[in-house]
Design a protein around this ligand. Sequence first.
Ligand SMILES: [Zn+2]
Length: 287
Amino acid sequence: MYIDSTRGTVYTVFMYPELYSTFIFGVFGLIVGSYANVYILRLHTGKSTGGRSGCMSCGETLTYRDLVPVVSYFVLKGKCRKCGSHISHQYWLVEATMALLFASIGFYTQFISQGIFSAWLVTLLVIITVYDIRHTIIPNEVVYTFIASLIAMHIYILFYIPTSAVLPYIFNVVASGIVVPLPLFLLWLVSKGACMGFGDIKLTLGFGLALGIYNGLSAVFLGFIIGSIIGVGIITSQKLSYQYFKRGAQTIHMKSEIPFAPFLIAGFLLVYIFGFDVIGILQSITL
Ligand SMILES: [Zn+2]
């Protein structure tokens, strides 16, 4: 509770409903994050993606106090209670990231249903990000679910707009789905698939469906900027450490070794959640 002395008004959290949804979405993000971790680790391993979690090393079933998102990792000091083997940083990183992303959605969203849908899309994108970092491939079932969810959303919207607007709406959605992945598709064609995987193209098709042409291209462009800054940083630091300390090897090259989806997704989230307008910013600088 906060008392404004100048106006003598008592402000409480009840007057800021967005703080409620920020908190509730944040907690929801922690819980979904811990399920997403399990899903990512079991995807394509032949193990069931449901059921109770166990230690990856000794198989010890985790009790409820081992399953508190983020907190458990630090209470256990990153080690299994039974066998003491190292628990991946992925667990708490994914949980904390999803809590922050969900909380941001809760803060900005106008309607609860819209917020839940956004949270669903973000969950799929976090799964793609972590899977791509681990295996440098985008799992088809997840990216197809992303695209299908967006198509379902557009079909739902079609029922609520006037009949005269239906055709232009469909035209817009289809055009966005074609134009936004075009830059990556051309790169893929020119480099004969060496520059990036086809999964990245499917991903940006989804960006087009979610954001439209302008914001979709803006997200892809941002992804390229973030990717080149971090990519060049990684390669330079590797080269320097190889050159000056003869340590490590020049193992990472720009082409297939660095997963590209995380950068594209970072660009997408900046536009989708925070409304970042990189093209507008560039125009205001140059004009
Ligand atoms: Zn263990």
